[in-house]
Design a protein around this ligand. Structure first.
Ligand SMILES: NC(=O)c1ccc[n+]([C@@H]2O[C@H](COP(=O)([O-])OP(=O)(O)OC[C@H]3O[C@@H](n4cnc5c(N)ncnc54)[C@H](O)[C@@H]3O)[C@@H](O)[C@H]2O)c1
Length: 311
């Protein structure tokens, strides 16, 4: 396992599910951890400090060091206090894993403004705010001549990169997080910071309430164990991974697939401006059976061989 001794990590949404496993894995690799979690319901309502405190206790039982943080990641000032807490408590920050998330699924025609706003806010602003504060901290260190090896690891979703019915709010936020990853990677490279992203798949309260999932067989390898996502995090946090940045990894069990996002495909080109009639003719000639996105199940199957929708 890469040795992360002396490094300090913030993991948001680390009181439960995948984030909890990341916090434990980073602690096992030697990092000190700020365990952030609002302790919200799946829909984002409520506040409970217990989940974060329990993970801190688990890390301490392992012999590691951790501190709880109950800030809302989408609160810009609160995210600043969280980054400051890491610096005040542990003296530095090396790793930020943005994991906190909620769901308010609804078909587009019925989606309320509140359902849209809440999901976009927690995911998209909840990635921007902590990253913005950590990035400012790293830029200061870099300008002061320190050899910074900062790490930001974001969380997209198969819904965001392949599209999933009923999740226009969540998928739009998760697609935005993939784009945010690419741009943040381009901007922060000069300060020694890598920015990558996971599109995970795991059995947590989030997927158990959305998909009809079988219970794991305790005698067999469980591809949906949330702990399967964490080796990717620990590997990307190693000093040796300094040149791997701006990547979005789809992870299913043992399958880790580096995705390629929007890339050039069919090119329609002409002399000067297109005539709409001519272009329509070209479109119909090139897409004789129409053109539409293949959907999340097909995307996941091509990336990892499996899909939550088919288990
Ligand atoms: N489980 C999957 O298969 C899957 C698939 C794709 C993406 N994801 C993403 O992975 C991340 C973790 O999901 P999970 O399945 O572990 O869900 P989870 O519900 O088990 O954990 C999410 C945690 O985030 C916390 N949280 C919510 N809003 C917060 C806020 N504003 N500030 C701080 N903490 C907050 C919750 O209290 C909760 O403990 C989410 O971003 C989710 O969208 C999960």
């Amino acid at each position: 396992m890469p040795n992360l001794d002396g490094k300090v990590a913030i993991v948001t949404g680390a009181g439960r599910g995948i984030g909890r496993e990341h916090a434990l894995a980073l602690a096992r690799a030697g990092a000190k951890v700020v365990v952030n979690d609002l302790g919200a319901a799946l829909s984002g309502e409520g506040h409970d400090d217990t989940p974060a405190q329990q993970v801190v206790q688990e890390i301490e039982t392992l012999g590691g060091a951790a501190v709880a943080n109950g800030e809302n990641v989408a609160d810009f000032a609160g995210a600043g206090r969280m980054v400051q807490q890491a610096v005040d408590h542990f003296g530095r920050i090396d790793i930020l894993v943005n994991k906190a998330g909620i769901l308010r699924d609804r078909m587009l025609v019925n989606m309320s403004e509140a359902e849209w706003d809440a999901v976009i806010n927690v995911h998209l602003k909840g990635h921007f705010a902590p990253t913005r504060h950590a990035a400012a901290h790293w830029r200061e260190l870099s300008k002061a001549g320190e050899d910074v090896r900062g790490r930001v690891i974001n969380t997209s979703s198969p819904s965001g990169v392949f599209g999933n019915i009923g999740q226009s709010n969540y998928g739009a936020a998760k697609a935005g997080i993939a784009a945010f990853t690419v741009i943040a990677a381009q901007e922060l490279h000069r300060y020694g910071v890598t920015v990558n992203c996971l599109a995970p798949n795991a059995r947590t309260r989030m997927t158990e309430e959305t998909f009809d999932m079988k219970d794991p067989d305790p005698t067999e390898w469980d591809p949906l164990d949330p702990a399967n996502m964490s080796p990717v995090i620990v590997a990307l946090c190693a000093d040796e991974a300094q040149d791997i940045t701006g990547q979005v990894f789809h992870v299913w069990g043992s399958a880790v697939n580096a995705l390629r996002g929007w890339s050039a495909d069919q090119l329609f080109d002409t002399e000067g401006r297109w005539d709409a009639d001519q272009l329509l003719g070209e479109l119909l000639a090139r897409f004789p059976d129409g053109a539409s996105p293949p959907g999340m199940v097909a995307g996941m199957q091509s990336a990892g061989g499996k899909s939550l929708g088919t288990t």
